[in-house]
Design a protein around this ligand. Structure first.
Ligand code: C5P
Length: 231
C-alpha cells in the first residue's frame, strides 16, 4: 500500500528529480512534475520520473489560456499519458471543457485558489472572498465543465467535499507535517487533518525533497498516515 501523496519534484535538475523519484516511489502513489522541471526538460522529465514503475504521474502545468490553446496543449501532452493534469479553474468553463475533451483518460484537475494566497491577497486580486467562497465557486465551475479532480487548500477541503459530494478527487497542496516550515504557503494544515477533512491526495514537496534523506522523510510520513489519526 502506498501513501496518498504526490511528491512535488520541484527542481530544474533532472538528475536530482530522478533521484528523488526513485527514493520516494516505493512509498507514495504519485509523482508530480510541475512547471520548473517540465519547462526545462519536457517529456524527458516525465519519462525519467516514471522510470519503469507504475507510479501515477501528475502533470502540474496549471494551464490558463483561451479554450482552443488549452485544448491543443492538453492534446499535445497525450503521449505522456498523465494521470492528472491541472488547469486553472479561473480560466472558465469552456477552457476546462477543452482540456477534458482533449485528454479523456486523464483526470483534469481544476485549481481553485492557490494555497500561497492569503485572504488579503485574494481581496486585492478582486476575488469575492473569503477564500472558501471563492474556492467553492471555482470548484462548481470546474466540476460542471467535466473536471474530475480539484486542487484546493486543506483549509477548504471539508467545505468543497460537502459542496461537490463524493467521486471527485480532492487534491491538497499546502500540507505541512506538524513543526515543518510553511515556506511560501499560507493556508496550510497537517497531512492527517487534510485526510480527515476529505482530501484524497496530498501534494507535498519541500518537507520531503528538502529533507536530509528524502527516502526516510517520506517513509516516516507514510507511516504516520497509516497509523492512528491517519488512514
Ligand atoms: O514544497 P511544497 O510542499 O510547498 O510544494 C507544493 C507544491 O504544490 C508545489 O509544487 C506547488 O506548485 C503546488 N501547488 C500549490 N498550490 C496550489 C497548486 C499546486 O502549492 N494551489
Amino acid at each position: 500500500m502506498t501513501a496518498p501523496i504526490a511528491v512535488a519534484l520541484d527542481t530544474p535538475d533532472l538528475l536530482l528529480a530522478t533521484r528523488w523519484a526513485r527514493a520516494v516511489t516505493p512509498h507514495v502513489s504519485t509523482l508530480k512534475v510541475g512547471l520548473e522541471l517540465f519547462y526545462r526538460h519536457g517529456a524527458a522529465a516525465v519519462e525519467q520520473a516514471r522510470g519503469d514503475t507504475d507510479v501515477r504521474l501528475f502533470l502540474d502545468l496549471k494551464l490558463h489560456d483561451i479554450p482552443n490553446t488549452v485544448g491543443g496543449a492538453a492534446a499535445a501532452l497525450a503521449p505522456l499519458r498523465p494521470d492528472y493534469l491541472t488547469v486553472h479553474a479561473g480560466g472558465g468553463a469552456a477552457m476546462i471543457a477543452a482540456a477534458v475533451d482533449a485528454l479523456p483518460e486523464c483526470l483534469i484537475a481544476g485549481v481553485t485558489v492557490l494555497t500561497s494566497l492569503s485572504e488579503d491577497d485574494i481581496a486585492k486580486i478582486g476575488l469575492r472572498g473569503p477564500s472558501t467562497d471563492a474556492a467553492r465557486r471555482l470548484a462548481v465551475i470546474a466540476v460542471d465543465a467535466g473536471a474530475r479532480a480539484l486542487v484546493c487548500s486543506p483549509r477548504e477541503v471539508a467545505v468543497l467535499r460537502k459542496e461537490i459530494g463524493e467521486g471527485i478527487v480532492l487534491i491538497t497542496p499546502g500540507v505541512r507535517p506538524a513543526g515543518a516550515a510553511p515556506g511560501d504557503q499560507s493556508r496550510v494544515a497537517t497531512p492527517q487533518q487534510a485526510l480527515a477533512d476529505g482530501a484524497d491526495l496530498l501534494v507535498i514537496g519541500r518537507p520531503i525533497t528538502g529533507a536530509d534523506d528524502p527516502a526516510v522523510a517520506v517513509a516516516d510520513l507514510a507511516r504516520s498516515l497509516a497509523g492512528p489519526g491517519g488512514r
